[in-house]
Design a protein around this ligand. Structure first.
Ligand SMILES: C[S@@+](CC[C@H](N)C(=O)[O-])C[C@H]1O[C@@H](n2cnc3c(N)ncnc32)[C@H](O)[C@@H]1O
Length: 335
């Protein structure tokens, strides 16, 4: 790889700064408040968002500098098209890129310090930033729901089977419940049970199921993947980006999942696919995965090779099938 020019390095630094400014606007409701007002001076925007005017003044200058805001002929702030796309409530919102940028900076700083001792404090490191934590579920929904609906569902046969027969779908480590909400929207006969260890995720999942009109068929409970119990045998048990969190206990967990399935049911694992060859980590879609695997190390985890996941399902008596999706993989284990 050729030496990067200083211009290129500065451009990269500005890219991070730009997303960091957008992050502040997302988590403090500034983009949404300005959308409601259409146009506003700093005082009015601060009032609408319930934020300190001095900070909002400096934020507006920086958000204008990076193109998130425009100044109109009356010298009032308006959202640019980019700024509008950051509003968390719009379908297809691009807020996840801003969240990801600040989360990455936080995790990088923690990894830098922890590397000195080798300490791996666990998932609590993700929860250290009060401005990031409540947005985690929505960030993942924005990153992955579209891929699930448009690419994974049509290509992996178990989803059409479950659509046809309904039944019970379970999501272990469900985050804000987007996966079950997406499945319930496709299939009117499907009931769902989501479990997550983080109470705020369960609160958001329940609230969003209500607002999306699927709350009568979906239930979300706080709990531990190691100790879940189901109301009856399941047609589909999913773990999306959750298996690597409990990989050490995969043998016992997969045995229990197998015993919880209907004979025609399946376990569906979706994970980043850690490659065998380090050289492919240079490819742009895999760079983020390489960065995240360092932050997973902080949490006591690591990403998995698809073949390892398939082998663990086989060991639990399930028949695995691997479906690659770019830098991700879906592995289905049939009873
Ligand atoms: C990377 S997130 C993925 C969330 C969600 N499946 C998604 O795709 O958006 C991993 C999730 O697993 C949950 N989790 C990790 N270990 C868990 C455990 N032992 N019991 C319950 N939930 C757990 C975390 O709280 C987190 O929401």
């Amino acid at each position: 790889m050729a030496l990067r020019s200083m211009d290129e390095l500065r451009q990269q630094a500005q890219g991070a700064q730009s997303l960091n400014i957008a992050f502040i606007g997302v988590v403090n409701g500034l983009f949404s408040a300005l959308h409601q007002l259409q146009q506003a001076d700093t005082h009015r925007l601060a009032e609408q968002a319930g934020m300190d005017e001095g900070y909002v003044r400096r934020w507006c200058d920086a958000a204008y500098a990076f193109g998130w805001l425009e100044l109109n002929a009356q010298d009032r702030w308006q959202l640019s098209e980019d700024g509008d796309s950051m509003r968390p409530e719009v379908p297809g919102s691009r807020m996840a890129t801003a969240m990801g940028s600040v989360l990455s900076a936080h995790m990088a700083e923690r990894a830098a310090g922890l590397m000195r001792t080798g300490e791996r404090p666990g998932e609590q490191v993700l929860a250290e930033r009060e401005t990031i934590l409540p947005w985690f579920g929505l960030m993942l929904e924005n990153n992955f729901r579209k891929t699930f609906e448009e690419k994974i569902c049509p290509a992996v046969p178990i989803f059409a089977e479950v659509d046809a027969r309904g039944g019970l779908a379970v999501d272990l480590g469900c985050g804000n419940g987007w996966y079950l909400r997406a499945l319930a929207a496709r299939c009117g006969h499907l009931h769902g049970l989501g479990l997550d260890g983080f109470a705020e995720n369960i609160r958001q999942a329940t609230e969003k199921a209500q607002s999306e009109g699927v709350a009568d068929r979906l239930h979300f409970n706080e709990g531990d993947i190691h100790q879940f119990s189901l109301p009856g045998p399941a047609d589909l048990i999913a773990m999306n980006r959750a298996l690597h969190h409990v990989w050490e206990d995969r043998g016992e967990i997969f045995q229990r999942l197998h015993a919880s399935l209907k004979p025609e049911g399946a376990i569906v694992i979706w994970e980043p696919a850690w490659p065998d060859d380090h050289r492919v980590l240079r490819e742009p879609p895999l760079r983020g995965m390489a960065f995240q695997n360092l932050t997973e190390h902080v949490q006591g985890n690591h990403f998995l090779h698809p073949e390892e996941i398939a082998a663990a399902l086989s060991e639990a008596g399930l028949k695995p099938e691997i479906f690659p999706f770019g830098s991700d993989v879906v592995v289905v284990g049939r009873a």
